[in-house]
Design a binder for this molecule. Structure first.
Ligand code: B12
Ligand code: SF4
Length: 454
């Protein structure tokens, strides 16, 4: 394991936490670099703190090997992200660490998981951070923290970086991302035949999806931050300079397109640049756009838009809180197809209380879009998941109540699903919350995905 050698002489090991317990021999999926950790590493380096990224997902490192790497390193700090899906893997990792090291845990989920995290069996100090990590981490490592923890007990501290904190990144256009830390960039997209780099142009979200931990309602203390046009242009110039083979930029946030007034910005960024782009987008971003606007998006080099639709049942959509107007959804998607914009759409089966009729409506909607795409000769694919109640989401609270300890939910790998749909990095299950049998949910997932090949 080469990394063991590299980990010598590093003060801070920054870890993209593993999604699987064991090394996955068959794992050959594209894995995106952890952008949030990239910002953290960049600021550590800018402050002359030696650090190293261990990407346990991309490097396919088991929990056991990761623990050995940490135990054999001479690092004084380890900083690791955590998700609902790997809570118990991170627990196991931390409980396997035998050396003295300060453990810093961050990411959106810490807000709801810190009590569980603080109960883990380790003599090491654990510091949990809610919110932006890049500024506070430097002061943690230098032992120069200028704010008090919002919660503290023996060897455990919780810090909250909200808009009042001096560690809050007020202007995300002023921070930099050193991509040297990423070993898996640029990534080759087989689908589009392009080398791509990834960017995130906003923080926070203006929407309120009931399955998402980033929803506005749940993060009121954190204002939305948008990267400026100039800063995005500067970032993309840097990417093009760094990677000569780059031919596309992938934007990983729902707010890049946002609304009609952003089209001029998109044109300025991409029309005169020799790179394509693809992005996540919210379905409501297009509500006021004309066909002319959509044509401009296409002409600026848009390879594909990834849009969450989630369900074809208005009842379910109302609970989801994204967009429940099915006519609007159909019209928007069809208009995008008419503009020859390739689409990747996301759907979820197995929402709480979802019935077989609801699932059928989702399947029928996907069939409708598949036919439309054929008719209009444009690219259309679907990505389908089974519902998972992530900690700290509206659905989680609705299902389990606010009083219930927020950590006794086990999200485990669903191997049957993985075997079928070949995206093992996303196939976790916490059980079936719908009104149907698991078999029905799985059948609809399978049938819907099969439409990709029809
Ligand atoms: C884009 C995205 C992805 C992308 C790419 C992420 C990337 N490469 O950076 C992809 C599709 C790969 C992805 C994957 C997953 N994602 Co995601 N993702 C998002 C999304 C939409 C934006 C995240 C983002 O880039 N934010 C901007 C960057 C700059 O911020 P950041 O990553 O949050 O990091 C900052 C802080 O959170 C903090 N921080 C983060 N880590 C750490 C660690 C330490 C030690 C400290 C101090 C601070 C700190 O500091 C960073 C810099 O300020 C969010 C929802 C949202 N709008 O926030 C969901 C979200 C974060 N994802 C989520 C999940 C669950 C996952 C997966 C586990 C899904 C799965 N595989 O089953 C994986 C995890 C893979 C991984 N190891 O990264 C959930 C987490 C909720 C939860 N309770 O766990 C979210 C909130 C969405 C949701 N449905 O609720 N995701
Ligand atoms: S799913 Fe996307 S649009 Fe919905 S709240 Fe989360 S980040 Fe926002």
């Amino acid at each position: 394991m080469d990394d063991l050698i590299v980990l010598k002489d590093k003060d801070v090991i920054v870890i993209n936490s593993p999604l699987f317990y064991e090394k996955k021999e068959e794992f050959d999926e594209n894995v995106l670099p952890p952008i949030g950790l990239g910002y953290i590493l960049t600021n550590l380096k800018n402050n002359k703190i030696s650090c190293y990224l261990v990407d346990a997902v991309y490097n396919n490192i088991s929990v056991f090997d990761l623990a050995s790497m940490i135990n054999q390193s001479d690092a004084k700090f380890m900083a690791i992200n955590i998700f609902s899906t790997n809570l118990f893997l991170v627990k196991d990792l931390i409980e396997k660490i035998e050396k003295e090291i300060t453990i810093i845990i961050g990411g959106l989920a810490t807000k709801y998981l810190y009590q569980e995290i603080f109960s883990w069996k380790t003599e090491n100090e654990i510091i949990a951070v809610i919110g932006d990590g890049e500024l506070i981490l430097v002061d943690i490592v230098k032992d120069k923290l200028q704010e008090e923890p919002i919660y503290e007990k023996t060897h455990r501290k919780l810090y909250e970086v909200n808009s009042k904190s001096i560690y809050f990144v007020k202007n995300i256009s002023n921070i930099s991302l050193n991509r040297d830390f990423f070993k898996n960039e640029p990534l080759f997209s087989k689908k589009f035949g392009v080398y791509e780099a990834n960017i995130v142009t906003s923080r926070g979200c203006i929407y309120n999806c009931a399955f998402c931990g980033a929803s506005r309602e749940l993060n009121k203390k954190i204002p939305i931050r948008i990267q400026s046009l100039e800063s995005i242009q500067f970032e993309i110039d840097g990417i093009c300079k760094k990677y000569s083979q780059i031919s596309s930029v992938r934007i990983l946030d729902d707010l890049f397109i946002r609304n009609q007034s952003n089209i001029a910005k998109i044109e300025k960024i991409f029309t005169h640049r020799d790179v394509f782009w693809r992005s996540m987008a919210h379905i409501l971003s297009f509500t006021k756009m004309t066909n002319g606007d959509l044509a401009k998006i296409k002409a600026s080099g848009c390879l594909e838009l990834s849009i969450g639709i989630e369900s074809g049942s208005e009842n379910v959509l109302k609970k989801v809180g994204k967009c429940s107007d099915l006519n609007l959804i159909k019209r928007t998607i069809t208009d995008l197809m008419k503009a020859q914009i390739n689409l990747k759409t996301y759907f979820i089966f197995g929402f709480p209380g979802e019935t077989k009729e609801d699932m059928k409506k989702t399947y029928d909607l996907i069939c409708f879009f598949t036919k439309e795409a054929k008719k209009l000769k444009t690219g259309f694919r679907v990505s389908v998941f089974q519902f998972r109640p992530y900690h700290g989401t509206k659905f989680y609270f609705d299902l389990f109540g606010k009083k219930r300890q927020p950590f006794d939910l086990h999200l485990i790998e669903d191997n049957s699903l993985s075997a079928r749909i070949k995206r093992i990095q996303f196939n976790f299950t916490a059980g079936n919350f719908s009104n149907c049998r698991q078999e029905t949910v799985s059948t609809y997932i399978k049938k819907s995905l099969a439409l990709n090949n029809s």
